[in-house]
Design a protein around this ligand. Sequence first.
Ligand code: NAG
Ligand code: NAG
Ligand code: NAG
Ligand code: NAG
Length: 335
Amino acid sequence: MTNKLRMRELIGCGVLIVAILYVVYKYLTRSKRSLDKKHVVITGGSSGIGKAVAIEVARMGANVTLIARNEEKLHSAKLEVMRNCIHPEQQKIQYFSVDVSENYEAIEKALDAAEEDLGPVYMLVNCAGMAICGKLEDTNISDIKYLMDLNYFGSLYPTKVLVPRMKCRGEGIIVMVSSQAGLLGIYGLSAYSATKFALRGLAEALHMECKPYNVSVTLALPPDTDTPGLANEEKTKPLETRLISESAGLIQPEVVAKRLVVDALNGTFYSTVGFESFMLKTLCCGMTPVVSLEELFLQVFLMGGFRLISSVYLASFHRIIKNCMKTRDTTKKAE
Ligand SMILES: *[C@@H]1O[C@H](CO)[C@@H](O)[C@H](O)[C@H]1NC(C)=O
Ligand SMILES: *[C@@H]1O[C@H](CO)[C@@H](O)[C@H](O)[C@H]1NC(C)=O
Ligand SMILES: *[C@@H]1O[C@H](CO)[C@@H](O)[C@H](O)[C@H]1NC(C)=O
Ligand SMILES: *[C@@H]1O[C@H](CO)[C@@H](O)[C@H](O)[C@H]1NC(C)=O
C-alpha cells in the first residue's frame, strides 16, 4: 500500500520536474527578437503574401520599404500598410518601383536609397515571384527563363546586396518565399518547381554561411494561397495540376504572413502552415539545419510513418493523371 503510494508520488514528482524543465527550456529559447523600430524590406510587397507581411510587420512597429514593379499598386499598398501602423506618427512606410528580376545594379541602388531613408535593413522578405503552369513541352524557353529570373534571381539579388551588411552589423533576418512545390515536383509545374527548389538550395547554404554572424535564414513553403497571382495562374493551369493542388486546399495570405513573421523571428528554417505542409517539411528535412530540439524529435519519430502516408498521396496523384489522360483519349476519339 505505502509502496504503491510512494511509486505514485515518485511518478508525480518526475512529471512535475519534466514539466518545469520544459517551461525553463521554452523560456530560455523563447524568441527574443522584435521588429519595433526596425527597418523591414519586402519585395513583391504590393500584393498577395508580400502585402500581408508588410501589414503584419507594421503592426509590430517596423518601418517598411516595399519593392515591386507597379507604381499604382505600390501606392495603394502603402496607404493600406500605413493604416495598420501602431505608432502612425513615427513609423515610416516607403516604396520603390523596381523590377527585381532585371538587374542587380538597379536593386542595389534602390536598397541604398532605402537604407539612407530608414536606416540599416534588419529584415529582408523576398516575396516577389509568380507561376507559369504547363507541361515542359508546352512552356516556351523565354517563359522558363523569365521564371528563373524572377523567382530565383529576384530573391538572390536583394539578398546578395544585404547579406554582407547584415553580417557586418552582426544581426539580421533573411526570408525567402519558396513553395510546397519547392519540396515536391508536381505535374504541370516543371518550370516553376525548379525555381523554387533552387531557392531551397540557396537558403540552406546561406543559413550555414550566416549563422556565425547572428544572421538567420528562413524559407517559407506556403501551399496555394488566395492571391491575385494565383487567380492569374488558374488560367494556365492544366486540369491535372488543378486537381492535384486542390487536395491541399486554399489558404489566406494573412495566415501565411503571420506564420512567416513568427518563424523568421524565431529563426526557424522552414516556415509552413497546415498539416500537409508540416508532413512535407518533416519528410524533406534531410540535412536542413537543426534549430529546435522539439522539431528534431518530431522529425526522428515521424519520418517513416509520413513516408508511408506520402505513398498514398502519390498514388492518388498518379490516378488523377491517368484519369485525365483517359478522358482526353475518349473525347478525341468521339471527335
Ligand atoms: C516561436 O515564437 C513564438 C512566439 O514568440 C513561441 O510561442 C513559439 O514557441 C516559438 N517557437 C519555437 C519553435 O521556438
Ligand atoms: C522607425 O520607426 C520608429 C517607430 O517605430 C521611429 O521612432 C523611427 O524614427 C523610425 N526610423 C526612421 C529612420 O524613420
Ligand atoms: C511564350 O509564351 C508566352 C505565353 O505564355 C507568350 O506571351 C510569349 O510571347 C511566348 N514567347 C515566345 C518567344 O514564343
Ligand atoms: C543577435 O541579434 C539579435 C537581434 O537580431 C540581438 O538581440 C542579439 O544580441 C544578437 N546576438 C549576438 C550574440 O550578437
